[in-house]
Design a protein around this ligand. Structure first.
Ligand code: PGA
Length: 220
């Protein structure tokens, strides 16, 4: 399976900062490597334009409406993203569960919206709710997800999880979702990435993706 390197910029970066990042990002991807960039919504089209000719570089959203197109003020659904080339949707990130009170059911609804409109969900879970999350996802959609193991204690803290723990949780995820790609996220940086690439299908990177040169160093 190809290795996925996902840059989750979260709610960071201005227009000018994104232009700078895109100018600074130079990487020769191998055949088995894919990069996914997840900018804030208003900056999607800028990134889309810049990466359209780059092979194996894809665009993601960091969230999606749990509803289809319609009267849902403030929401962004797949219809609104048509033409931008959004291929992935990061769904159920712990920050959204925590600050925006997203429930497992909300996340399941978003997964249905993504998949029925051609985007692959990258579903974020911590170990203690893998099964609870999976239980509310339509069973036939489970094995169409990419799943990111994101231990809360490791996110943005510098306390990255041990790779053997990641390997163990990755097996648990596969036993519940099927043989899906599993990513690890939580304080990944160019110094600590190597063992994660041995035991997973890639990484979901927050802080270390904000600087294009640091992010490029992760990919080797
Ligand atoms: P971090 O964030 O790399 O800054 O720990 C990871 C994430 O939230 O996905």
């Amino acid at each position: 399976m190809p290795k996925l390197f996902v840059a989750n910029w979260k709610s960071n970066k201005s227009l000018e900062e994104v232009k700078q990042w895109l100018n600074d990002f130079h990487v020769e991807l191998k055949d088995n490597q894919k990069v996914v960039i997840a900018p804030p919504y208003p900056l999607l089209s800028l990134v889309a334009d810049k990466i359209k000719d780059l092979p194996r570089v894809f665009l993601a959203v960091q969230n999606l409406s749990s509803f289809p197109a319609g009267s849902y003020t403030g929401e962004v659904c797949m219809r609104n993203l048509e033409g931008l080339g959004v291929k992935y949707a990061i769904l159920g990130h712990s920050e959204r569960r925590r600050y925006l009170k997203e429930s497992h059911q909300d996340v399941a609804n978003k997964i249905s919206q993504a998949l029925s409109n051609g985007a692959t969900p990258i579903v974020c879970v911590d170990q203690d709710y893998i099964e609870d999350q999976a239980r509310v996802i339509e069973p036939n959609l489970l094995n169409q997800c990419v799943v990111a193991y994101e231990p809360l204690a490791a996110i943005g803290t510098g306390e990255n999880a041990p790779a053997d723990k990641v390997a163990k949780v990755s097996k648990e995820i596969k036993s519940v979702f099927g043989n899906v790609p599993v990513l690890y996220g939580g304080s990944v940086n160019p110094e600590n990435i190597t063992p994660y690439l041995r035991v997973t299908d890639g990484v979901l990177v927050g802080g270390a993706s904000l600087d294009a040169e640091v992010f490029a160093k992760l990919i080797y």
